[in-house]
Write a protein that binds this ligand. Structure first.
Ligand SMILES: [Fe+2]
Length: 226
């Protein structure tokens, strides 16, 4: 493992988990791993991965509808669904779709990992915050359409929220260097700048949840019924 990848204290899985096991997804993750192996920093790895990630966002046929549907049963609020596509056995890499129905908005939250996030379907408004003098300050507001993506390297731009602005559900693709659904992250209260810890997979009531105690195992994300 290179020194800019981190298991975040989670114990390894027995094997890589390919929830969407297709040659295209395997090829993409292979590209990512090759990029990480030959890079000396997270920023360089992201630059190398960008063309493959851009193809992921613009190719129309690789993501089945079951990974693009909202999830009213998820418990994440607003029907928001988080669908795992892949995660690495060493917990240092994952790929998932985040589905936000029209009008719904995520809480202000962080990710605690570097990677790439981009829009596959629909449109979103994104607000990026920073914590300063005990308050959350809005740094930037930007509109995202299909194919748009950004590089995320915490602590810069790691606190944000997104709202779907299209009449259709928005679907974003996250390539992040942790096992995002199993990591304790933060959701922030804009009024007080206070935060609570959460692990997003634990919100997925539609699945078996064995996330805890942390650092032992986590098998939960929303998964399509087969
Ligand atoms: Fe996010």
């Amino acid at each position: 493992m290179c020194d800019f990848l981190d298991s975040h204290g989670l114990e390894p899985l027995e094997h890589d988990e390919w929830v969407l096991d297709t040659p295209f997804v395997r090829g993409f993750i292979g590209d990512v791993r090759a990029a990480v192996a030959r890079s000396v920093s997270a920023a360089e790895a992201c630059r190398v991965v960008e063309p493959s990630f851009s193809e992921l966002l613009t190719r129309p046929d690789w993501l089945p509808a079951q990974f693009q549907r909202d999830a009213p049963e998820s418990g994440m609020g607003g029907g928001i669904g988080q669908w795992l596509l892949f995660r690495a056995a060493d917990r240092s890499l994952c790929l998932f779709s985040l589905v936000v129905p029209p009008g719904s908005m995520t809480p202000v939250h962080d990710h605690l990992a570097w990677g790439l996030v981009g829009l596959y379907r629909g449109t979103q408004d994104e607000e990026i915050y920073t914590k300063r003098h005990g308050r959350l300050e809005l740094l930037e507001r930007r509109a995202l359409g299909p194919g748009d993506f950004y590089v995320l390297i915490p602590p810069s731009n790691d606190i944000h929220r997104v709202r779907t602005t299209s009449d259709e559900t928005s679907v974003s693709i996250h390539l992040l260097t942790n096992d995002t659904g199993c990591v304790w992250r933060h959701a922030y209260d804009l009024a007080t700048a206070g935060s609570i810890s959460f692990a997003s997979a634990r919100s997925s009531r539609a699945t078996t949840t064995r996330c805890f105690p942390l650092a032992t195992t986590c098998t939960a994300y929303a998964r399509p019924l087969r």
